[in-house]
Design a protein around this ligand. Structure first.
Ligand SMILES: *[C@@H]1O[C@H](CO)[C@@H](O)[C@H](O)[C@H]1NC(C)=O
Ligand SMILES: *[C@@H]1O[C@H](CO)[C@@H](O)[C@H](O)[C@H]1NC(C)=O
Length: 321
């Protein structure tokens, strides 16, 4: 009985391995638009796909980021400046891309642009802090997708949305986790709607990686600035010790970051170039072995595991666990 089961699982994995290795033809004729190419995953993916011969349209937030990328890539790669929080900027980018791709349409749209700050325990933040992150990571991603979808449908292409393992399990405050849960939900419904058009939608769920948004000094300044603007009452309730150990905890987490961004860009490349892309890709050992399994546990169990490493506030209820 166990032998049959093992053989069945083996055959299933072999079939999946075989199917997932099939590449789509004519990659060198395909256009891919990537947002957030100034640094991090977007920057690496743009250079990686460019080296594979695809026609990369790399959207950067700044002209200096775009110039640096052009200097590091072939003459095939083209850049544009795009601010995903501006409807005007998105409309201009769409018109430009339409002119580039013509009747072929856009093969790939990679929604990669994202920010993580401000972040802090939820109670320390105000509405504007949440809105700032949600505007880029979720509302911006939705507007970019809606704007480019007709071009992607024409090509029967791909939408690749960068969520995060924090879109499956949330354990720090601020707009980041809600924005990534939102990206997961938006992508899931879009995948269902698009299957009849031959458009495939994939979600990338990286664990912790060292990118610009996980820079230790910037993160520390972010916490310091938020701590100093709190009311005396809030500061006293949490206590200086809480703040200090919170800082320490985030620095410890940063040390666990993987610096191999290829683990993520390889998933993105697969989603764009395989004939059978996956609906979800998790990238990084922490995502696969720690956060994803934790997310499947009953909430009370996951809370117990996560609370273990969390700091305790000064004025806590004494018999609280
Ligand atoms: C690949 O490109 C060639 C030449 O442009 C074309 O004839 C062929 O139909 C294309 N194949 C596919 C599967 O699109
Ligand atoms: C980074 O990951 C890729 C797999 O995506 C692997 O081939 C490569 O060897 C890794 N590089 C380092 C420095 O670990």
């Amino acid at each position: 009985m166990w032998l049959y089961l093992a053989v069945l699982v083996g055959l299933y994995l072999l079939r999946r391995w075989y199917l997932e290795r099939q590449r789509v033809p004519n990659l060198t004729e395909k256009y891919v638009l990537i947002t957030g190419c100034d640094s991090g995953f977007g920057n690496l993916l743009a250079r990686q796909l460019d080296a594979r011969g695809l026609r990369v349209l790399a959207a950067c937030l700044t002209e200096s980021g775009a110039a640096q990328l052009r200097a590091a890539a072939s003459s095939r790669l083209q850049t544009l400046v795009l601010d995903v929080t501006s409807s005007q900027s998105i409309a201009a980018a769409t018109a430009w891309v339409k002119g580039q791709v013509g009747d072929r349409g856009l093969w790939g749209l990679v929604n990669n642009a994202g920010i993580a700050l401000p972040t802090a325990p939820n109670e320390w933040l105000c509405k504007e802090d949440f809105v700032r992150v949600l505007n880029v990571n979720l509302v911006g991603l939705v507007e970019v997708t809606l704007s480019f979808l007709p071009l992607v449908r024409r090509a029967g292409g791909r939408v690749v949305n960068v969520a995060s393992i924090m879109g499956r399990l949330a354990f720090f405050g601020g707009g980041y986790c809600p924005s990534k849960y939102g990206v997961e939900a938006f992508s899931d419904s879009l995948r269902l709607e698009m299957r009849h058009f031959g458009v495939k939608v994939s979600i990338i769920e990286p664990g912790y990686f060292s990118t610009a948004i996980t820079n230790a000094q910037i993160l520390k300044d972010n916490f310091q600035c938020i701590w100093e603007r709190l009311s005396d009452e809030t500061r006293a309730s949490y206590g200086e010790a809480y703040f200090k150990s919170f800082l320490k905890l985030t620095q410890e987490l940063l040390k666990m970051c993987s610096s191999n961004l290829s683990l993520v860009t390889d998933c993105m490349e697969h989603a764009l170039t395989s004939r059978y892309p996956r609906a979800r890709y998790s990238a990084g050992w922490d995502a696969k072995l720690l956060y994803l399994p934790l997310s499947y546990l009953p909430s009370a169990w996951a809370d117990a595991v996560l609370a273990w490493s969390y700091p305790k506030p000064a004025q806590r209820v004494q018999d609280a666990p």
